[in-house]
Ligand binder design. Structure first.
Ligand SMILES: Nc1nc2c(ncn2[C@@H]2O[C@H](COP(=O)(O)OP(=O)(O)OP(=O)(O)O)[C@@H](O)[C@H]2O)c(=O)[nH]1
Ligand SMILES: Nc1nc2c(ncn2[C@@H]2O[C@H](COP(=O)(O)OP(=O)(O)OP(=O)(O)O)[C@@H](O)[C@H]2O)c(=O)[nH]1
Ligand SMILES: [Mg+2]
Ligand SMILES: [Mg+2]
Lengths: 291, 278
C-alpha cells in the first residue's frame, strides 16, 4: 500500500543523509500515482500536489526522523481539509414543505438513495413524500412505488406526464396532505443532454428546491469533474451523495467532485438496502483514497 | 495535440496525460507510451503526427489482441448471460440484444434473473412487451437459480433461438453474491449440457480503475467471453477497456450508445481509439 511504498522510498532517500526538496518530490510522485490510481482527476491531482508541496518541503518533513510518515500525514491532512467537514444535514426550508431533488447520471443510485433519504427523514420525525419524476426508464415509477411500500412512505405519481407538472402537483399534494419534505426522483441523464438538463432547470424553477443533491457513483473515473461541473453550473447544487462505497472503489471521484464544485459531500451509500446510508466522513474518505 | 509539434519528452508526457484522463490508468498509459518511445527511437520518428499514428496502432493492437465478435450461433438455444455491478446497464443491454436478434428473425426468450431489486422484473417485462418477446419470470425474492433452470428448459421446449438471462447487479466484493452468480451459471451449463455461448460483463464507460477489480473478480466467478461497454454516448472515454485488455486479456464485443433498444453497436477498435483522442 501507499504507506509502505512511501516508507520504502523515504528509507532509500534517508540513506543519503539529510533530505532535500528533490527527495520530497520523489515522495510526492508516489502520492500522485496513488491518487491517480484512486481515480482522482488528473488536473485535481496536479493542483493538489502543488498545494501540498509547500508544506511537504517544510521543516516538519526535512528534519523528521520519519519523513515518509510526515509526508503521508500532511497529505492525509490536506485531503481531509479539501473534502470539507462532515455535513450530514439536509437543507430544509423554514416554511415547509421543503423540496429535495435527486439528480445525476444514469444508474448512479438516485432512486435507491431517494428511498434511503426518505426513510432517514421519517425516522427523524418528518413526513416525507417521494415523487416519481422519471417518466422515461421502464418501470422507474414502479421501482419507487415498491420502495415506498417497503418503507411505508407515500409515493406521488402521475404516470408519464410532464415531469415539471408532476413536481408542481406533488408540491400541492404535500401542502394539502401535510407532508413536510418532498423528495423528487428524476431520470438519469447525461450532463451533455441539453434537453434533459433544461428539464431539470424547469423543475427547479417550478418548485424551488431547498436542496438539489447530485448522486455520484463512487467508482466514477476521470469524467467525474465534467459531470459535477455541468450539473453544478446548471443547477447550483446543495450537496453530493456518493454511492456504492460498500465496494472496493477507492472513490477518488469524491475529491474531484468536491474540488471542482466546492459543494459538500453529505452522505454515502453503503448498501442496496434502505438503511444503507451514512454521513460522509472526510478523514475516512482520505485514507480510503490514499489506499 | 500533435499538429505541428516536434517529438520530444514533453510530447510523450502529454500523450500519457491524455491516456490517463481517458481512464486508461497509469500502468496501461505508461505501457503504451513506453512502447511508443521504443518505436519512435527504432523508426526514427520526428513528426508528431506520425507519433500519434503509431500510438493509435498500439492502442488498436491492444484492443484487438483478444477481440472477437459475438460468437456465431451453433447449437440452439444460443444462450447469453449478462453480469456486472449495480447500475452498469445490464437490463438495458439485454433489451438491445433482444432487438438485434429479433431483427435477424430469431425467436428470442428473456429471463428475469434479477429477483432482488425493486421493479427489476417489471423493468425487463416492459422491454419484453415493447419488443414482443417472451419472458420467463418468477416472483420477486425467488431463487435466481430456479429462474435460470426454468428459462433454459423453457427455451428448449419452445424452440427458442436465443435465450438471454438477466442477473441482479452486484459489487464484486460481495462474496456470497459472487458465489450465487457462479451457481446460476453452473445451473445453466448443466441444463444446457454445454457451455454458454456468451457470458458478458457489462461495464459502464464512466467507471475508473475499479473496472479492473470488476473484471478480475467476475472472471473468477464465471467464464467471461467479453465486455459490453455502456454509456459511451456520454463524455467518458471508456479508456478502462485498454487496461482490461492489457492486464486481464478481456475484449470488448459491444458498445452501448444510448437508452433505446437500437443503441447498440459492435465494438470497433479503430474508431474507439480515434474517439479517445478526439
Ligand atoms: N451496493 C450498492 N448498490 C447501490 C447503492 N446505491 C444504489 N445501488 C444499486 O445501484 C443500482 C442503480 O440504482 P438506482 O437507484 O436504480 O439508480 P438510478 O440513479 O436511479 O438509475 P437511473 O434512474 O436509471 O438513472 C441498483 O441496483 C441499486 O440497488 C449503494 O450504495 N450500494
Ligand atoms: N446514456 C446511456 N444510458 C444507458 C446506457 N445503457 C444503460 N443506460 C441507462 O443506465 C441506467 C441503468 O440501466 P440498467 O439497464 O437498469 O442497469 P442494470 O445494470 O440492469 O442495473 P441493476 O439491475 O440495478 O444493477 C438506465 O437509466 C439506462 O437507461 C447507454 O448505453 N447509454
Ligand atoms: Mg432511477
Ligand atoms: Mg438490471
Amino acid at each position: 500500500n501507499l504507506s509502505s511504498r512511501l516508507q520504502e522510498t523515504m528509507r532509500k532517500l534517508r540513506g543519503k543523509g539529510r533530505l532535500s526538496e528533490k527527495d520530497v518530490d520523489q515522495a510526492l510522485r508516489e502520492i500522485r500515482l496513488a491518487l491517480l490510481e484512486a481515480d482522482v482527476n488528473y488536473k485535481v491531482v496536479r493542483d493538489f500536489i502543488g498545494q501540498v508541496k509547500e508544506r511537504a518541503t517544510g521543516h516538519e518533513v526535512l528534519s523528521s526522523l520519519t519523513p515518509g510518515q510526515q509526508v503521508i500525514r500532511i497529505v492525509n491532512d490536506e485531503l481531509t481539509k479539501l473534502m470539507g467537514g462532515t455535513q450530514a444535514k439536509l437543507t430544509l426550508s423554514s416554511r415547509p414543505p421543503s423540496v429535495l431533488m435527486m439528480v445525476g447520471l444514469q444508474g448512479a443510485g438516485k432512486t435507491t438513495t431517494a428511498g434511503k433519504l426518505a426513510r432517514m427523514l421519517k425516522g427523524q420525525g418528518h413526513r416525507p413524500l417521494l415523487v416519481a419524476c422519471d417518466i422515461y426508464r421502464p418501470a422507474a415509477i414502479k421501482q419507487l412505488q415498491v420502495l415506498g411500500e417497503q418503507l411505508e412512505i407515500p409515493v406521488f405519481s402521475m404516470g408519464e406526464q410532464n415531469p415539471v407538472d408532476i413536481a408542481k402537483a406533488a408540491l400541492s399534494h404535500a401542502q394539502k396532505f401535510n407532508n413536510d419534505v418532498v423528495l423528487i426522483d428524476t431520470a438519469g441523464r447525461l450532463h451533455v443532454d441539453e434537453e434533459l438538463m433544461e428539464e431539470l432547470v424547469q423543475i427547479k424553477a417550478a418548485v424551488n428546491p431547498s436542496e438539489i443533491l447530485l448522486v455520484v457513483d463512487a467508482m466514477t473515473g476521470q469524467d467525474a469533474v465534467n459531470v459535477a461541473e455541468s450539473f453544478n453550473t446548471r443547477l447550483e447544487l446543495g450537496g453530493i451523495i456518493l454511492t456504492k462505497l460498500d465496494g472496493d472503489a477507492r472513490g477518488g471521484a469524491a475529491l474531484s467532485v468536491k474540488a471542482v464544485t466546492g459543494k459538500p459531500i453529505k452522505y454515502i451509500g453503503v448498501s442496496e438496502k434502505m438503511d444503507g446510508l451514512e454521513p460522509f466522513y472526510p478523514d475516512r474518505m482520505a485514507s480510503r483514497i490514499l489506499g | 495535440i500533435t499538429t505541428g509539434r516536434k517529438v520530444d519528452e514533453s510530447l510523450f508526457e502529454e500523450l500519457e496525460e491524455v491516456l490517463i484522463q481517458a481512464d486508461c490508468g497509469v500502468t496501461t498509459a505508461m505501457f503504451l507510451v513506453d512502447q511508443l518511445r521504443d518505436r519512435a527511437r527504432e523508426e526514427k520518428i520526428t513528426a508528431a503526427e506520425e507519433l500519434r499514428k503509431v500510438l493509435m496502432e498500439e492502442m488498436v493492437a491492444l484492443l484487438e489482441k483478444n477481440a472477437a465478435p459475438l460468437k456465431t450461433p451453433e447449437e440452439s438455444p444460443y444462450v447469453i448471460m449478462v453480469v456486472g455491478v449495480n447500475g452498469a446497464g445490464k437490463t438495458t443491454t439485454i433489451a438491445k440484444l433482444a432487438y438485434r436478434f429479433k431483427q435477424e428473425n430469431a425467436k428470442v426468450l428473456l429471463a428475469a434473473g434479477d429477483t432482488f431489486r425493486a421493479g427489476a422484473i417489471e423493468q425487463l417485462g416492459v422491454w419484453a412487451q415493447r419488443l414482443n418477446v417472451d419472458l420467463i419470470a418468477h416472483q420477486e425474492g425467488a431463487d435466481p437459480a430456479a429462474v435460470a433452470f426454468d428459462a433454459v428448459n423453457a427455451a428448449k421446449a419452445r424452440g427458442s433461438d436465443v435465450l438471454i438471462l438477466d442477473t441482479a447487479g452486484r459489487l464484486q466484493t460481495k462474496v456470497n453474491l459472487m458465489s450465487e452468480l457462479a451457481k446460476v451459471h453452473r445451473v445453466v451449463q448443466r441444463e444446457l449440457g454445454r457451455d454458454l455461448d456468451e457470458v458478458l460483463l457489462v461495464v459502464d464507460a464512466t467507471t475508473g480503475q475499479n473496472a479492473l477489480s470488476q473484471g478480475k473478480i467476475f472472471a473468477e466467478a464465471v467464464p467471461l467471453t467479453g465486455i459490453a461497454l455502456t454509456k459511451l454516448d456520454g463524455t467518458a472515454k471508456g479508456g478502462i477497456v485498454l487496461a482490461l485488455a492489457n492486464e486481464l486479456d478481456l475484449a470488448v464485443k459491444l458498445v452501448g450508445v444510448g437508452e433505446q433498444y437500437e443503441d447498440l453497436q459492435d465494438f470497433d477498435a479503430r474508431s474507439f481509439a480515434a474517439a479517445l483522442f478526439g
